[in-house]
Write a protein that binds this ligand. Sequence first.
Ligand SMILES: *Cc1c(COP(=O)(O)O)cnc(C)c1O
Length: 380
Amino acid sequence: MSVTNATLRAGTVAADACDLAPGYIRAIAPYQPGKPIAELARELNLDPDRIIKLASNENPLGVSPLAMQAMQQALAGIALYPDGNGFDLKQAIVRRFGVAMPQIALGNGSNDVLDMAARAFLAPGVEAIYAQHAFAIYAIETQTIGATGVEVPAKDFGHDLDAMLAAVTAQTRMVFIANPNNPTGTLLRANALLGFLRALPSHIIVVLDEAYNEYLPEDLKSDSIGWLEQFPNLVVTRTFSKAYGLAGLRVGYALGHERVIDLMNRVRQPFNVNSISLAAAAAALFDHEFVCRSSELNAAGMRQLVRGLETLGLSYIPSFGNFVSFKVGDAAKVFQQLLKRGVIVRPIAGYGMPGYLRVSTGLESEIARFLEALKAALAE
Ligand SMILES: *Cc1c(COP(=O)(O)O)cnc(C)c1O
């Protein structure tokens, strides 16, 4: 039988192919992103300018001005492929953090470097450990490879490092740790992490995801980059999506031992970071003023948020990120009520927290509007 457009439309051929896709791929629960403003505007016929999105931990200050300037200059060059090795951005990272060029892998967002780590070190039959309520990408990456994900129960919503250590088997090849974690906002202290790294067999890669590092007060930041010398199995990942305000560009990086990074770079798409992003990130890295303002605004926003939640009598998980998860009971309903009022937050049922919503810090006026909408939603 020949394949006609009609059979394709009927879906029979595609259905056969899909049935033959690996079971571990078919079992993936897709990542649920925050709802875009334009989508909500379309669905509920709302004015997009009246919608606020506090759903994806984006930077309410917008883009670093130095990055904006660099992007405008880079626009003239986009007919050419980007520098596949990202020399200028890597040089900026070298200057900023004192690592060597071969210790850096660049990614299309830090999700991309997490993907590279998984593809370089995991395979069917081996195990990756991550915590309950940890960032969803760890499970998705593990499953994409066909490796076995080992989810370790959380302790007070945070990573239980002792239990994660106890979960190590002969098959363990990787441990994912988010610090602070999203969506719980919990933080592991440097001493706890160091103890874990010392106790873990050195052939197991530890991916330490520090997407929110720039929001931490100095005394709570781990010297994770300094630890690289001591722990060749450690991979530290950072992103430009949060405090640097470049989520839409997709840039992140991993720092690690050069042999580890070399393997990650082998599975990398040749031009995974585009030229606009490379230029913007290199400039943003030295926009200390912008990062400082972002983290100060976040601290003030966090105080405003938790005060508001307390006033409403809601419990929340104390957070070290630019977001906070709070308990509302019927979260799906409250989420919908907030949407009707033009406020987008994030349901986190997919993280095993069905009674919770996560809200990002915003501008003072946005947080005020969110709290007002939440009060009204709860009264419905
Ligand atoms: C937001 C976030 C990231 C960043 O992802 P990008 O791909 O860099 O945008 C990474 N890890 C965690 C835990 C996050 O919350």
